[in-house]
Write a protein that binds this ligand. Structure first.
Ligand code: PLP
Length: 400
């Protein structure tokens, strides 16, 4: 017996990529591949994490709390307030913050707490960008919602076009996943956009889930956050945001982040999480507290990413539709056919990138708007990044 809800879930994009190249050996002369396909920061674990991680040996003898510790929640609330200039007391650490074991699981599980069995006008809908971070769809279908994939192309500024939503759709919407800065394109929603999205959530009674995991990796200006919009009206209703240590602090292996926002919704979400969520070990909780309290290592990460974007600009120029991503660390390059390009890059240059189509849902007519693209993650060290970009430019050069 297997749930029919899983039928619409394809293999995860990274497995699809491995299947795409499984018959192709590494080209001669390349003993090592250059991995630019997964958004796994490789700047190294900050040294300040070493002590708290090793000090917690004895804590493995006890069950850790699923809602973290008061100290950690306080530190997260303080970081959020500092980062977005929120008024004192706006984020109550005990009611408006829940730690999660990496935001992936939190983003998935939140749909289970947000999607009702029915909506007045039919099956509940889950809005999400297209292309999108895959757990959004998995959460939506597991919760029994019908996903609505909102086209995010250069025409829409790579963000969902809010004007395309009809009242009929909005009245059926239970949850709206919004990603800013966006994975994969790096687009950033400005204050006006966020205000509109928040207003729609309140008017049509759905939950706006702002995935802001990349908010600390920015090029020219720090991205606006949805909590800033909530603070304008002193109102957290219908809105939550997710933040992660994985990208900010280069610790994707620590598995830690948090969700903040609407205290009434979060109380229900926490009720579910007490049954279903995996609690992070105490070592992780104490280390997370240290990392959310420090900005120095984050500034250093940001500097390294910016240097790599400079490098990409120098190597790629205006080829492949290159643009500097306002946020995040991915390049979104138009290479004609991203699936063919990814195979070619592997076969001829031992460079592993992700076809854009693997992150996007097909349209009804079977076409895929992200097909022309590849996603290139600038997560390695400078030397391998330069080498990867150079090989990419040479291999995909016209006529090659
Ligand atoms: C858009 C987006 N959201 C959330 C995550 C999840 O990150 P984590 O589970 O490491 O916090 C990722 C990871 O790649 C992501 O790209």
């Amino acid at each position: 017996m297997i749930s029919d809800r899983l039928e619409s879930l394809q293999e995860y994009p990274f497995r699809r990529m491995n299947a795409l190249i499984k018959d192709i050996p590494l080209p001669d002369g390349n003993s090592e591949a250059i991995a630019m396909w997964i958004g796994e920061p490789r700047h190294g674990v900050p040294e300040i994490a070493r002590q708290p991680l090793s000090d917690s040996f004895a804590d493995y003898g006890r069950y850790p709390p699923v809602d973290g510790t008061p100290g950690l929640r306080h530190t997260m609330a303080a970081w959020l307030s500092r980062r977005y200039g929120l008024p004192d007391g706006f984020i109550d650490p005990d009611r408006s913050i829940i730690p999660v074991q990496g935001t992936r699981e939190g983003l998935f599980m939140i749909a289970l707490a947000a999607v009702p069995t029915t909506r007045a006008k039919g099956t509940p809908l889950a809005l999400m960008p297209n292309p999108f971070y895959p757990p959004y769809k998995a959460g939506a279908v597991a919760a029994g919602a019908q996903p609505v994939f909102m086209s995010c192309t250069s025409r829409t500024g790579f963000l969902p076009d809010l004007d395309s939503l009809t009242d009929d759709v909005l009245d059926r919407t239970a949850i709206f996943y919004l990603c800013s800065p966006a994975n994969p394109q790096g687009a950033v929603a400005d204050a006006a956009y966020l205000r509109r999205a928040v207003a729609l959530a309140r008017r049509h009674d759905f939950l706006l889930v702002a995935d802001e995991c990349y908010t600390e990796i920015w090029d020219r200006a720090p991205p606006h956050g949805v909590m800033q919009v909530c603070a304008e009206d002193d109102d957290l209703s219908h809105v939550v945001c997710f933040h992660s240590l994985s990208k900010r602090s280069s610790v994707p292996g620590l598995r830690h982040g948090f969700v903040a926002g609407d205290p009434d919704f979060l109380a229900a979400y926490m009720r579910l999480r007490r049954y279903a969520a995996a609690a992070s070990p105490m070592a992780v909780l104490t280390t997370a507290e240290v990392l959310w309290s420090d900005e120095e290592h984050v500034e250093e990460n940001r500097r390294l990413y910016r240097e790599k974007v400079d490098m990409a600009e120098a190597v790629l120029g205006n080829r492949f539709g290159f643009f500097r991503p306002p946020g995040g660390f991915f390049l979104w390059l138009d290479v004609g056919n991203g699936i063919e390009a990814a195979r070619k890059l592997w076969a001829e240059a031992a460079v592993k990138v992700l076809p854009g189509a693997f992150l996007a849902e097909d349209r009804n007519d079977g076409t895929n708007e992200a097909l022309p693209y590849i996603r290139v993650a600038l997560v390695g060290d400078h030397d391998s990044t330069r080498e990867g970009l150079t090989r990419l430019a040479e291999t995909l050069a016209e006529g090659n």
